[in-house]
Design a protein around this ligand. Sequence first.
Ligand SMILES: [Zn+2]
Length: 401
Amino acid sequence: MVSARRADTRWVTRLIPVFLAGCVGLVTYVIVKRICLDYLSASENRPGTAISLLVLYLVFFALMLLCYFRTFFVIQFNPGVTPLGPKAIEQERNGKGKRRRERDLEASVRYEARPDDNPDSPGLEAFYSKDVFVCDTDGRPRWCSSCCNWKIDRAHHCSELERCVKKMDHYCPWVGGIVAETSFKFFVQFTFYATLYYIVVIVTAVIYIESNARNEASIDGFAVAVLAISALFGLFTFTMTATSVRYILVNFTTVDYVKSKTLVHQLAIRVPRGTPSCQDYPVITYPLPKPVPGQAAASESSCSRDQLATRSFAIVKTEMGENPWDLGFYRNWISVMGDNIIDWLLPFTLSPCVSYESNESFYEMGPLVQRLRARFHLPELSDELQKSEMGEREAEVIHGV
Ligand SMILES: [Zn+2]
């Protein structure tokens, strides 16, 4: 079922660009040739109007195409998927050389329901080396049973790609696949310029039809068809632009928005080492203890350097609808669109949130984390602790870690 649906989706994704090219070709023929050149410039002798409309048409057409291809190629070549876990990689390797349909079938049965119990599980350290991450009830990161790997904050498993996708937004057949963190900025720019493009087309077609009516000439069927197509697509792209801008301003993805009314985030927030669990919150300490036969817990026998390298996290829940990544309108906007107007308008640089530069969390978190610290009375990471950690890092260097 899943593989049949994926095959259908692939066909739809291939056919839609052909359909779009046909529509844009027809619109260009009618606007440029029939209306601007043949009618306004030649018959009506209004070259000024014709040139103004042509320039506007071509500028927005070029910008729309540029953003479209940027979105399309990013989606094809840099869709923002997270790595598969070792077991899934092994299955992928075994499946190489098989036909696509068979691979799809295998991907849909690739399944590891239980999170990896190994304390040194690959990729786990990337979570507890941060100060805050999204976790499950037991304090470990979320687990993707299909990718057999840990899920980074805000990643969602996409059944079309059979992979977890970072800041997955939605599947869009119009731009050839999954819109996610690497492509969302370009996607919004595309829908924005497409809206302006269709507005120019609608204005041009209305001028033409109205002029025909005034001269009591017969109404051109081509112009009516173009007007209908543009009104439909224009309304659609305008709605997409408005919705996307709204999500950017509140730092939501479409996936977040669909769940937002009922969504509660569970966060592991770093607290001083040795903070005990209490009634308000449990505490988890990393690295997780190694199970040693005959001993209750290996942490007892760990050497002092390992104990120094441990990090403790309180496990707390947000209230329903609270968004830990909300940084305020302006910083939310910058995190996706970039910090200058050139980046806002042109589809060249990737969104700043793609860089993962922060040591504190995968994506920058807003004031909610401090509010949660206060709400649950979490002990602050004191200066003293930070100093001891600097010592710890030096110790690590000495021990050659
Ligand atoms: Zn996954």
